[in-house]
Every structure is written in structure tokens, then in C-alpha cells.
Design a protein around this ligand. Structure first.
Ligand code: HEC
Length: 230
């Protein structure tokens, strides 16, 4: 009897340890030049680089938009994002950062949804470590005359669109994570029509602010040039 109890105890310990032992969450650093090995010298821009990721990958209908608010999280604006799950200055203890690295059911975005790239995860982590500030009117400068697919179009799609238009879960069948999918939307006019909020098109990005005039011009010029794979 005693032997059995001991064996049960050991089994329990193994089970509990096995279930709670997750891989450690990587600390993304602060993004400051004094932080060795981190290439980003400037402050992360919340409005340009962080908010669109939350809006496109998380604040979707059925997930963390205001109507659904799964688990009480609404991730559509700065004030809502700051309500829970973020400890300013401490990414590795912030639930909204930790879930990006979790496994099984705790993992976000869940299986079957577009996943964040490593670069997007570190952008969120560095932003939290820098104090999770509501920085606006910042971000990389946009050049209206630079409209190559890889350098200019793809980053816009990844930040603002792929959360809802990925290969695994393409809204309306439109996959903006690949060149071919983006080209198809460019050539049939719906890419520029939707981002410019033209009549007859559903306005995009859904649930988020209109893209800057410069980004819309870049998309227009790339589409007008025949959407080259450059
Ligand atoms: C939060 C989710 C979400 C985001 C972010 C989003 N889309 Fe959409 N998109 C949708 C949904 C849902 C539809 C289908 C809408 C409908 O048919 O009513 C759609 C439809 C479209 C269409 C077809 C529009 C038409 O009138 O035919 C295009 C083109 C499009 N999206 C492009 C984009 C682009 C470009 C971005 C990024 C700048 C973007 N979407 C961001 C969810 C999203």
C-alpha cells in the first residue's frame, strides 16, 4: 500500500512537471544600441509597427475584436491592448507576449490561423520592454516612389493584411502572404480598390485605420506597373 502511494506520488510529480514545463520565453531585449546583439537602434513605433499586428492577427471576428472578446481580451486599440496581459518593461512576464511562444491550446494565434513571424514576435517584445508606450506619428519613412514587391509591398501585406489573408485562412479566398495571391488581387483591381476605399470594394484593412496615403500610392504604382515580382 505504502509502495503504491509512493509510486503514485512520483507519477503525479512527473505528470505535473511534464504539463507545466514550457520552453522558456525568449527575452527580446530592449532594442537600444547599448543592448548587445540587438540590431534595432530606435524605439519601436506602436502605431506603425505594433498596433497593425494586433489588429490583423488578433482582433478578428470570432477572436479578440470588441464583439467576441475571447477570454476578456480586446486587442483593437492601445487602451484595450493595455487593459490586461502586458507588464510594461517586462515582456517575459507579459501574458500577451508569452502566449506567442506557448504550446497546445495556450498558443496564440491558435493553430489554423496565420502565425506571427519571429521578427513580429520580437517587435512586440521589444515594444513591451521599452515601456509599452503609445508612440504615434513614427515608424519607418515611406517613399511613394519605391514600389518593389519584396522591399515595399510584402512588408505592408505582412503587417496589415496577412493576419486575415494568409495561406492557411484566406478571407474571401484572397491570400496576401504569397506573391501570386497578391499579384492576382493587384491585377483585378481589388487590392488598390479596397485599400483606397473606392466605391464598389469592401474597405481594407478591416477593423483598422486606412493605410497612409504614401502606402496606398505605393500599392497603386506597383499594381499599375503590372505587379512585378521584384
Ligand atoms: C481583420 C481581418 C482583415 C484584415 C486585417 C484585412 N482583411 Fe481584407 N478582407 C477581410 C474579410 C473578412 C473580407 C471579405 C469581406 C466581405 O466580403 O464582406 C476581406 C476582403 C478583402 C478584399 C476583397 C474586397 C472586395 O471588395 O472584393 C481585398 C482585396 C482585401 N480584403 C484586401 C486586404 C488588404 C490589402 C488588407 C491589408 C491592407 C486587408 N485586406 C486586411 C478581412 C480582413
Amino acid at each position: 500500500m505504502k509502495k503504491n502511494l509512493t509510486a503514485t506520488g512520483i507519477l503525479l510529480i512527473i505528470l505535473v512537471w511534464g504539463c507545466t514545463h514550457e520552453a522558456p520565453v525568449p527575452d527580446p531585449g530592449t532594442g537600444n544600441p547599448s543592448d548587445p546583439g540587438i540590431p534595432t537602434p530606435t524605439e519601436i513605433c506602436f502605431e506603425a509597427d505594433v498596433l497593425p499586428i494586433f489588429q490583423s492577427y488578433c482582433a478578428k471576428s470570432g477572436c479578440h475584436d470588441a464583439a467576441t472578446h475571447k477570454e476578456g481580451y480586446v486587442l483593437d486599440s492601445y487602451s484595450n491592448i493595455m487593459k490586461r496581459g502586458i507588464v510594461p518593461g517586462n515582456a517575459v512576464n507579459s501574458t500577451l507576449y508569452k502566449v506567442l511562444f506557448a504550446s497546445g491550446e495556450n498558443r496564440m494565434p491558435p493553430a489554423g490561423q496565420a502565425q506571427l513571424t519571429d521578427a513580429q514576435k520580437s517587435t512586440i517584445g521589444i515594444w513591451i520592454n521599452q515601456g509599452a508606450k503609445n508612440t504615434i506619428n513614427c515608424g519607418a519613412a515611406c517613399d511613394p516612389n519605391a514600389f518593389a514587391y519584396n522591399a515595399n509591398i510584402k512588408p505592408i501585406m505582412n503587417t496589415h493584411c496577412v493576419g486575415c489573408h494568409s495561406a492557411v485562412n484566406p478571407s474571401k479566398g484572397i491570400d496576401l502572404s504569397s506573391y501570386n495571391g497578391t499579384k492576382a488581387a493587384a491585377l483585378n483591381g481589388s487590392l488598390y480598390g479596397s485599400v483606397s476605399h473606392a466605391q464598389g470594394f469592401v474597405a481594407m484593412p478591416q477593423g483598422a485605420a486606412k493605410l497612409s496615403d504614401c502606402k496606398i500610392t505605393v500599392i497603386q504604382k506597383w499594381a499599375a506597373a503590372g505587379a512585378p515580382n521584384n
